[in-house]
Write a protein that binds this ligand. Structure first.
Ligand SMILES: Nc1ncnc2c1ncn2[C@@H]1O[C@H](COP(=O)(O)OP(=O)(O)O)[C@@H](O)[C@H]1O
Ligand SMILES: [Mg+2]
Length: 279
């Protein structure tokens, strides 16, 4: 049973407890609670503007919550905690920027804060190993700006993983990728999570591509979250309570669609719901 696997003693990696965030007097997150265990693949699912990036910034210590706490291994969060790796949203490299994929990965090595990579053999091997793990050897010596979106994403993942974090946060890494690259990145992350025992916490506004690999989901709407396995969370009763109005959960051809229900109030548009897909 899912709950039993959640409660394995000593496996807790990250805990977010009673977190409230307001920005400029506006409440963005309200009483957010969840945990992430070692080696798990967790999706942070929510519509645009629902607070996913803000939650990542809280976890990274870049945004101070008005209330609540984030702990890593049961200890209060420290800024630049080395257990955490981060792939930010929408990183775009100029095609002319003279940095090769290999150089970018090297910049992720610990102790590299001044932009210099010590050319030690160990560092060189670590970079090679990571380029191999993300299947990027083929374009390792090309400029990052000249690579496709999916290739750039792989290099950014290697950059974040080369310092060997226990938890990798990825903010919308699937946005703006073609469906083939989406599948490729998900398979790659799943492989890395399993082989290197890295926990993955990945935000997305579309959960369907993640259904086969997600151990757990943290679903954010209305400033609040519901967390658990997808079966526990992606249900009409749980999501209606979260959204504050009735939503239906439809399963069609193996896809899940969350749609505004019949009795939803006039002000809520279907566009508020991340999984409404009309194809
Ligand atoms: N620095 C900021 N200043 C003002 N508002 C912000 C700031 N950061 C986020 N917000 C607001 O917080 C809400 C959540 O934003 P965000 O966390 O970026 O959502 P998501 O990543 O899910 O799209 C949005 O309404 C956004 O406008
Ligand atoms: Mg965002």
């Amino acid at each position: 049973m899912a709950l039993a696997h959640m409660d394995v003693a000593g496996s807790e990696l990250l805990r977010v407890e009673k977190v409230d965030v307001s920005i400029d007097g506006r409440e963005i997150l309200n009483d957010v609670n969840f945990r992430i265990d070692h080696g798990e693949f967790t999706g942070l699912i929510g519509a645009n503007g629902s607070g996913k990036t803000t939650l990542f910034r809280v976890i990274l210590g870049l945004q101070t919550p008005q209330r609540g706490e984030v702990t890593v291994h049961g200890e209060p969060l420290q800024r630049s905690n080395r257990s955490l790796g981060y792939v930010p949203q929408k990183v775009l490299f100029d095609p002319d920027m003279p940095i090769r994929a290999r150089d970018l990965v090297a910049l992720g090595i610990d102790g590299n804060r001044y932009g210099l990579t010590r050319r030690t053999r160990a560092n060189h091997l670590a970079v090679d190993e990571m380029l191999f793990a993300v299947d990027a050897q083929e374009f390792a010596d090309r400029k990052v700006g000249g690579l496709s979106g999916g290739e750039q994403q792989r290099v950014l993942i290697a950059h974040a993983l080369v310092s060997r974090p226990e938890l990798l946060l990825l903010d919308e890494p699937l946005a703006n990728l073609d469906p083939g690259s989406v599948a490729e990145i998900i398979a790659l992350l799943h492989k890395v999570a399993t082989q290197q025992h890295v926990a993955i916490f990945l935000s997305a506004h579309e959960m369907n591509p993640l259904l086969p690999v997600m151990d757990r989901v943290v679903y954010v709407a209305n400033g609040r979250v519901a967390s658990g396995t997808t079966d526990e969370v992606v249900r009409p009763d749980v999501l209606s309570a979260l959204y504050g109005h009735h939503v239906d959960v439809l399963r069609v051809h193996g896809r899940v669609l969350v749609v505004a229900g019949q009795d939803s109030d006039e002000s809520s548009s279907v566009a508020d719901h991340p999984e409404l897909v009309v194809e």
